[in-house]
Design a protein around this ligand. Structure first.
Ligand code: HEC
Ligand code: HEC
Length: 200
């Protein structure tokens, strides 16, 4: 009886904290118009088939939210994100949360590493490289799955990964820890890392 009372109380209290009109994250499904708007570019369930459009399936919801906020802020220089700026601007905050949760729930695409370059990439990923490239696994996790605001990078498109590393390197994507992690990275090391992490 007490347990049941607690249950009812919990439901009542829970409902007080849901902002009026806010969409519950679980409301979004593959058939929601909001989701379809994204999947036109990002692919069914976020499993993008275009090499320059990042996969969102299994991406960390915290990270997706950070990126959507960045795209929405017109003061940030993100010329490479122009198709996104328009889309993110159209979404309200509660929509962003619901979208982030929808995509993070989708089954992630695994890495498909092969070849010599990928072995060299594994070495950098796990142990870093001289003079100043840290082991990616420290932050992105031993399998590249990401954690919280640190993105999943395993199973991402090779072209997209290469582009991001190059952008971090010349600060075309500014203001992140990744800028200093890529300062000393050579083009060859980027190729090796992308070979190890990606799935095309
Ligand atoms: C017109 C095509 C297009 C549409 C529609 C679109 N996106 Fe994107 N999105 C892109 C491209 C291209 C990028 C890569 C931008 C870059 O390189 O900075 C991107 C990047 C992102 C990123 C960053 C991913 C990462 O790994 O850093 C997120 C998150 C994202 N989109 C979410 C969404 C959501 C949510 C929607 C729907 C509201 C959406 N996108 C609609 C093209 C699109
Ligand atoms: C100190 C922690 C840390 C280390 C070490 C680190 N990263 Fe990151 N990485 C981050 C964070 C945080 C972000 C999100 C940056 C942002 O957009 O604000 C990120 C973003 C990225 C992205 C962009 C992903 C996307 O979807 O757009 C790539 C690619 C990446 N890192 C690759 C690497 C590689 C390769 C290494 C190893 C050489 C590495 N990172 C080491 C913390 C780290």
């Amino acid at each position: 009886m007490t347990g049941r009372l607690f249950g009812i109380l919990a439901v009542l209290i829970g409902s007080v904290f849901v902002a009026p009109g806010a969409m519950a994250a679980d409301d979004l499904t593959a058939s929601s118009p909001l989701v379809k708007g994204c999947e036109g570019c990002h692919g069914a369930r976020g499993d993008s088939q275009k090499p320059e459009v990042p996969r969102l399936n299994g991406q960390k919801s915290d990270y997706i939210l950070i990126r959507l906020k960045e795209f929405r802020d017109p003061s940030r220089k993100q010329p490479h994100a122009s198709p996104m700026t328009r889309n993110a601007a159209a979404s309200s905050n509660s929509d962003s949360v619901a979208l982030a949760q929808y995509f993070s729930r989708q089954t992630p695409t695994p890495r498909s590493a092969s070849g010599i370059e990928s072995q060299a990439g594994a070495e950098i990923f796990l142990h870093g490289a001289d003079p100043a490239t840290p082991a990616c696994a420290i932050c992105h996790g031993p399998d590249g799955d990401g954690l919280g605001g640190t993105p999943r990078i395993a199973g991402q498109h090779r072209t997209y990964l290469m582009q991001q590393l190059a952008d971090f390197n010349f600060a075309g994507r500014p203001g992140t820890v990744m800028n200093r992690h890529t300062w000393d990275m050579t083009q060859q090391q980027m190729v090796e890392l992308a070979a190890y992490l990606s799935n095309n």
